[in-house]
Write a protein that binds this ligand. Structure first.
Ligand SMILES: [Zn+2]
Length: 375
């Protein structure tokens, strides 16, 4: 199929997470020269395709065929792609059927490669991401089929096509603190332990606290308070408990242990030092790490080849970034695979009237073509 014809066919297929809409079977048929391995877990469909051309490296192109629900406010049917002013409008145009289209085209057209080329596609990236890429990599690891290098074709560009590669991602640490006081009558504050007053002296020390200073790739890892609840919705009773929730998007230099140590010291000894005469606070702290941070070595051959390919196609030297939310690239990193993300622009992802320049899709195909030649 022509690039545009294939892109429209992918967009025409509703594949709201975790439904693949039949796209994985379509992909399998589209690349008959590749060996297919289906990994279906609890209703989630995944596909791994590989082809050995030579004895060299194993390069994997990865992505997802699922999309987020269209939501409201569309000017056209989100699953009936519309072409206008050089754009294609449809759900998934940027995130990430453009990437999937580029992967399929390059893998179908390639005739020589100095090693093994593979494709890993899941239908569980936009959802829980539990039975998708992570599960496939577990199996590949057992079967000694793990790639050396992986490109995740997620949309990464900020203002111009070619301006950004993601070479890492921040992790995400969620926290809940429950502060236990004693309920009482507002007229006798000396007799109550009011958790709202207790937290008042602490908030300035935790709100926006930076656990590290960041560097050229990572922003500082800051604590962001997302919720505080206490009280009985009245003016004459002080509450018994207060619940505070927060999140830290962390770089590799801040670990969950650093967050735990800091919170415990602020609510423990430091509270006593800063509030002489007051009793020790009673609190529970719960922390969980929903994603681990990672960073691919900037001097990796993958980053060098990808940057050069982008520069040759677009004239831009891409910035190496680790911004944004989490993606499946983290799973490759956990298995020790050198991974980078590159795709089209991300300015309309998950929004109504999502759109992608057709010229950017063609640029992406050309970048991947050059990349494959460089290995
Ligand atoms: Zn995506």
């Amino acid at each position: 199929m022509e690039d545009k014809e294939l892109f429209l066919a992918l967009l025409n297929t509703p594949s709201i997470t975790p439904n693949d809409g039949g796209l994985l079977a379509f992909v399998e048929d589209y690349l008959p020269n590749f060996t297919a391995k289906r990994v279906d877990v609890d209703g989630v469909k995944n596909l791994f395709l590989y082809r050995k051309f030579g004895e060299g490296v194993h390069l994997c192109f990865a992505g997802h065929v699922d999309v987020v629900p269209p939501g409201e406010g569309w000017e056209s049917d989100p699953f009936e792609p519309v072409e206008k002013d050089g754009f294609i409008y449809a759900r998934g145009a940027q995130d990430m059927k453009s990437g999937v289209c580029a992967i399929l085209q390059i893998c179908r057209q390639v005739t020589h490669f100095n090693g093994t080329l593979s494709i890993l596609l899941t239908s569980d990236e936009e959802g829980e991401a539990k039975n998708g890429t992570a599960k496939v990599l577990e199996i590949l690891n057992e079967e000694k089929l793990l790639p050396d290098f992986a490109i995740v074709a997620e949309p990464t560009c900020e203002k111009n096509f070619g301006d950004t590669i993601k070479i890492g991602r921040r992790g995400s640490i969620n926290g809940t603190i429950e502060l236990m006081g004693e309920q009482g009558h507002v007229a006798y504050p000396q007799n109550v332990k009011n958790p709202i007053h207790q937290i008042a002296t602490i908030l300035p020390k935790i709100a926006e606290h930076a656990f590290d200073e960041g560097d050229s790739v990572f922003a500082p890892s800051k604590l962001v308070i997302t919720d505080i609840k206490a009280g009985n919705n009245v003016t004459n009773v002080t509450p018994k408990t207060l619940k505070l929730m927060f999140n830290v998007r962390n770089s590799p230099s801040t670990k969950i242990e650093n967050v735990e140590r800091y919170i415990r010291s602020i609510f423990g000894l430091l509270y006593l030092v800063n509030n002489p005469g007051k009793e020790q606070l009673k609190f529970n702290l719960e922390l969980n790490e929903s994603a681990k941070p990672f960073l691919t070595d900037k001097s990796s051959i993958l980053i060098a080849h990808l940057s050069r390919s982008i520069e040759e196609v677009t004239g831009l030297v891409p910035e190496l970034s680790a911004g944004g939310g989490t993606s499946d690239a983290r799973f490759f990193a956990e298995f020790g695979v050198s991974v980078a993300e590159f795709g089209v622009m991300h300015d309309t992802i998950h929004a109504a009237n999502e759109r992608c320049y057709l010229s950017h899709l063609r640029g992406l195909i050309n970048v991947f073509k050059l990349l494959v030649e460089k290995f």
